[in-house]
Write a protein that binds this ligand. Sequence first.
Ligand code: ADP
Ligand code: MG
Length: 239
Amino acid sequence: MSGSDPMVVVDGLTTTYRTGRTEVRALRGASLSARPGELVAINGRSGSGKTTLLNLIGGLDVPDSGTARVDGRDVGALAEDDLLSLRRDVIGFVFQSHGLIPVLSAAENVEVPLRLARRPAAERAERVRVLLSLVGLREHAEQRPYELSGGQRQRVAIARALANRPRVLPADEPTGRLDSETAATIMPLLRAVVRGENVTALVATHDRVLLGAADRVLNLRDGVIAETGGPPEFSPPPH
Ligand code: ADP
Ligand code: MG
């Protein structure tokens, strides 16, 4: 895929949050690019700006300056209708807390974005079946979120994010609320998704397991992205 164009190009994003008299410069010129089929981890300690960055890429927020381009479109400059369609059709967000609808079954939760996109019933049913198989939950389709484990819920959230065949999958600490054993099962799933659906996954995390499975690790520090490769604490131990 080395010849393919980048799907996500972030250039010089800055964001300052102002609360009362304090200013937090969350991003100070963050830049990155990512290609289709790439699993990119965004590593950084709590407060380093990971969520801010993903929200800008996902069109949930607007930067002070700089651009986030997704599939060639400048996300921060889109009119509302275009932004809505970008978020529905091109971007599939996975949040730290799964955000599933409690009264709906796993299958119905996955179906929600397909309904919003007005896909026909037969197509919805087939896509839900494929996605629940992909995330290993075919046997759990009828269970509601409270009848599923934390890891299973996050799998449903991933399946839901993939419903409309997004090109870009921002995932904000998808294992942040999971125990390490369960967390370890999520990265192979994301890997399979990235390959199987040829998406660009941007995974904010400081989970070593997730970092280890990424194609590239970008380090977010002081509001900018340092070169690829792990920070010293994540480098392989010397032999
Ligand atoms: P991360 O996801 O890496 O933990 P965030 O992007 O959430 O980092 O936050 C980056 C910085 O911006 C932090 O210092 C945080 O306190 C601040 N921040 C984030 N959101 C807001 C907000 N809505 N209002 C004020 N400050 C914020
Ligand atoms: Mg965050």
